[in-house]
Design a binder for this molecule. Structure first.
Ligand code: IMP
Length: 197
């Protein structure tokens, strides 16, 4: 079957491609549909944004569509930055500015518990959608460490590890990350759908 992934991010696409390998899926992405405008991510939850992106793309293309939305939740900040993770320090989007703001907000804070979350939504061509969720628990450290990855990776140490996501090889991060786990859950839940031609 033909499946359109609602992202123009090649890194995400490669990750999704690797996890869906072996299925009879003809993978396309929003890159193949430059005429379709990006969806405004104005939902209050990761679920709402993922569903909006998947359903919009399914309606626009008449195909099955897969979308994700992800971000960081910090307990001491009441779950912030959450759905505002990309633009935490405002426009233009800047990873260093977001990380600097996070360190400021947590200055002197003992409770550093946090988690990355990723919700994936799969929509059929008529706009009926289902979701799966992946999360990775961990903590926010007090200074940036590591140069790999992106976003909040240099500040996030997953539970049971000593390295930040930005100090880990990509394969190690993908095996335990919120996105990796959501994709594994997607593969389990939707194998029967994705196998249909
Ligand atoms: P989106 O799901 O691509 O919109 O990502 C939202 C934002 O969450 C990103 O811009 C990052 O700031 C943050 N984020 C999501 N996943 C990760 C990750 O794996 N590492 C670091 N930051 C992430």
């Amino acid at each position: 079957m033909k499946l359109i992934v609602a992202t123009r991010n090649k890194h995400k696409l490669e990750e999704i491609h690797a996890i869906l390998a072996g299925l009879d899926v003809e993978l396309h992405s929003a890159l193949d549909f430059p005429e379709i405008p990006d969806v405004v991510e104005d939902g209050d939850t990761f679920e709402a944004n993922a569903i909006k992106k998947a359903v919009t793309l399914a309606h626009a293309t008449g195909c099955w569509a897969l979308a994700d939305d992800s971000g960081l939740e910090v307990d001491a900040l009441g779950g912030a930055p959450g759905v505002f993770s990309a633009r935490y320090a405002g426009e233009p989007v800047s990873y260093p500015a977001n990380n600097a703001k996070l360190l400021r907000e947590l200055a002197g804070q003992q409770n550093r518990r946090a988690r990355f979350r990723c919700v994936m939504a799969l929509s059929d061509p008529t706009g009926r959608a289902e979701t799966v969720d992946g999360r990775c628990e961990g903590r926010i450290i007090e200074e940036l460490r590591g140069a790999a990855g992106f976003g909040y990776d240099p500040l996030f140490v997953p539970e049971g590890f000593t390295q930040t996501f930005a100090e880990m090889p990509a394969a190690e991060k993908n095996a335990i990350s919120h996105r990796g786990r959501a994709l594994q859950a997607a593969r389990q839940k939707w194998d029967h759908i994705l196998k249909k031609s």
